[in-house]
Design a protein around this ligand. Sequence first.
Ligand SMILES: [Mn+2]
Length: 374
Amino acid sequence: MKFLHTGDWHIGKKIKEFGLEEEQQAAFESIRQIAQENQVDAIVIAGDLYDSSRPTETAVSMLNQMLIQLNIKDEFPLIAINGNHDSAVRLGTGSQWYQATNFYLNTELKKAFEPVEFEDTEFFLVPYFKIQAARTIFGKDYQDIASAMKDVVAACEANFTPNKKHVFVGHFFAAGSTRTDSDTATEVGGLGAVPIDLFENFDYVALGHLHSKDALSAQMVKYSGSPLKFSASEANNQKGVWIVDTDTMRVDFVDIKPIHDLKRIKGSLDELTSTEYKVKNDLDNKTFVAVTLTDKEPQVDAFSRLSATYPRMFSLKMEAIEKDFGGKNVVIDSPDKVAPTEMMDIFFNEVIKQPLEEDNRKLLLETLKEAEEE
Ligand SMILES: [Mn+2]
């Protein structure tokens, strides 16, 4: 069979105050077209369908229309799980009815071990879950997601039908992957990372969570990435979906072109606000723009001039001020490999010049934990 692997739609998301309805609708139409052109037998959505556990009415109605279009009108079977941004309970309401039209949505860990079968392929739908859910099911006191995942994988493997292909659909942070700024940026002390060699008995692992398709370099363990760029760090990312053929085990990436791009621009205020610059760099009023100003002196009217030129400017930085911050320029070689707590220690020691106090450290850990759960 052939299926399309996507995820991290984040319906309802905004970039700063700018809604993305038009862009998300256009990206959806591209996904639909790719599914039709490739004549896929199913579409896998690997979590984070919504951006929020309490999506707005507009977001709910938009996602509903999309799912109705794909599943009822175009008659594509759908395979989906919740991500950390979705509320498992809200998203999962109705999932038993959906099965009547070949829409398989699993939001409960305990239901992940019975595969959904299509022709030669078994799909194991493992939603984003908290350690507590695994403790309840397996009766073990896991301290990290990786050890819980090991038992989850074993429970799936126990139900493998031999001679079929096995696909794991999941939503987690795989060890060794690289982040972008729109990913949920906290993994307290790395407790959330799952090593990918756990999945060696699966033919393909369709992941959601990280927003770059290149977050992992494994051949058969892939993040689909988000269909749209959500942050400046994704400006040069290629967005799209994977088409997976389980007969040949061929995996191809198909691009999605955004109707309005997201770009990073850098230069002096005069240069960036000139018409020539805008034209030359193919920037229009709907382009999402992250600006780095190179002027040595602060420019009082920078914000108003830039936002008049780029109505969707979502970030503005001054290179000179960043470098002069606290009289010290702290360089961290691989920030994605440094735990947030360690990052704060470096900040306090190097910039504030005194260590983080115990009370504040506690507060920081609690805040990180809350952020991680959101
Ligand atoms: Mn996500």
